[in-house]
Ligand binder design. Structure first.
Ligand SMILES: Nc1ncnc2c1ncn2[C@@H]1O[C@H](COP(=O)(O)OP(=O)(O)OP(=O)(O)O)[C@@H](O)[C@H]1O
Length: 274
C-alpha cells in the first residue's frame, strides 16, 4: 500500500484540536532558492511529529517559519487554538531548541534558563521555582550554579531544552537537536524527550535526518522531498510497545524503520516531480 494511503483518519483524530496549520506555504529566498513550495501540514495538539527528509529539503526553513523566525513568500501559518499577538504568533506558546545549545558562556545554568523569562520582565526571584522545576525535569537540578564549560555536550543540550520549556510552551520545536552528540548520549536524550512529551502533553515538531531517530520518537513522520521542499508522505506510527531499549530491538521498530526508509528513498527519487 502506498504510504500516502496509510493515513486513514480515525474519529478520535477528527476530534483532536489543530494546534498549527501550514496552509500552502511557499518560501523563496532573495537568492532565488525555492526552499518550500505549497507545503500544507496540520499538527494536532499532543502529537510528536518528525520532519524527515534529504539535506536541503527545507525542514529547518519550515520549522523557522512556524516559529516566526522567517516569513512566508505565500501561504499562511494559522494557530486555531491559540491567542495571537501583534506579530501573528501565539506568544509564549512556542519553545525552540536549535542544533547547537546556544548558551551564554558567561552565565551559569540557572541564568541561562532564566533568559526567556527575564526578557518578559520576570525577576530571578519570581522565576526561581519555575527554573528549578524545569531543571529537575531535565535532570539538572544539581547543576544550577554550573557554567556551560563545566558541562558535557549532552548536559548543555539539556540546559537548552530546559530554557525552551521554562515558559511552559504548548509547542516544542526541535531542529536536529542531537545531531552533534554521540550515539549513547543521543539515545538517552531521545528517552528524556519522550518522557517529557508523555508527562507534559506538549506537542513536538522534531527535525531530523535520521530514520532511526524519527521512527523511535514520533507518532507521525512527515517525509519531505527537495527542490522545492514539500510533503512527500505522511506516515502515522503507532505501537502498543513502550518506546525503550526493548522496543529498539523489536521487530515492530525494525518494520517502522523499513517503512520510513522506503518513504525517504521515494522522496529522494521523486525530487523535482510535481
Ligand atoms: N537564509 C537563507 N538564504 C538563502 N537560502 C537559504 C537560506 N536558508 C536556507 N536556504 C536554502 O534553502 C534550502 C532549504 O534549506 P533548509 O536549511 O531549510 O533545509 P534542511 O532540510 O533543513 O537542510 P539540512 O537537513 O541540511 O539542515 C537549501 O537549499 C538552503 O541552501
Amino acid at each position: 500500500m502506498p504510504l500516502a494511503e496509510a493515513q486513514a483518519v480515525s474519529p478520535q483524530e477528527t476530534r483532536k484540536r489543530a494546534l498549527v496549520v501550514m496552509r500552502s506555504v511557499s518560501k523563496v529566498f532573495s537568492s532565488g532558492t525555492v526552499a518550500l513550495s505549497d507545503m500544507s501540514l496540520t499538527v494536532e495538539s499532543g502529537e510528536f511529529v518528525s520532519l524527515l527528509g534529504p539535506s536541503g529539503c527545507g525542514k529547518s526553513t519550515a520549522l523557522r517559519i512556524i516559529a516566526g523566525l522567517g516569513d512566508v513568500t505565500s501561504g499562511a501559518i494559522d494557530w486555531p487554538s491559540s491567542r495571537i499577538n501583534s506579530k501573528g504568533l501565539p506568544e509564549g506558546d512556542i519553545g525552540f531548541v536549535f542544533q547547537e545549545p546556544t548558551l551564554m558562556p558567561w552565565k551559569n545554568v540557572f541564568d541561562n534558563v532564566h533568559l526567556p523569562l527575564r526578557l518578559r520582565g520576570v525577576s530571578k526571584a519570581a522565576a526561581s521555582d519555575r527554573i528549578m522545576d524545569v531543571l529537575t525535569t531535565v535532570g539538572l537540578q544539581d547543576f544550577a550554579k554550573a557554567y556551560p564549560r563545566e558541562l558535557s555536550g549532552g548536559m548543555r543540550m539539556r540546559v537548552s531544552i530546559a530554557r525552551a520549556l521554562v515558559t511552559k510552551p504548548k509547542l516544542l520545536l526541535m531542529d536536529e537537536p542531537f545531531a552533534a552528540l554521540d550515539e549513547i548520549t543521543r539515545q538517552k536524550l531521545n528517552d528524556d524527550v519522550l518522557r517529557l512529551w508523555k508527562t507534559t502533553g506538549i506537542t513536538v515538531i522534531f527535525v531530523t535526518h535520521s530514520v532511526f531517530e524519527s521512527a523511535y520518537l514520533s507518532n507521525r513522520i512527515v517525509v519531505m522531498k527537495a527542490r522545492p521542499g514539500r510533503v512527500h508522505a505522511d506516515v502515522p506510527l503507532t505501537t502498543s510497545l513502550e518506546r525503550d531499549a526493548y522496543y529498539r530491538s523489536s521487530e515492530e521498530y525494525r518494520k517502522a524503520c523499513e517503512t520510513v526508509s522506503h518513504s525517504l528513498i521515494g522522496a529522494i527519487n521523486s525530487a523535482g516531480d510535481h
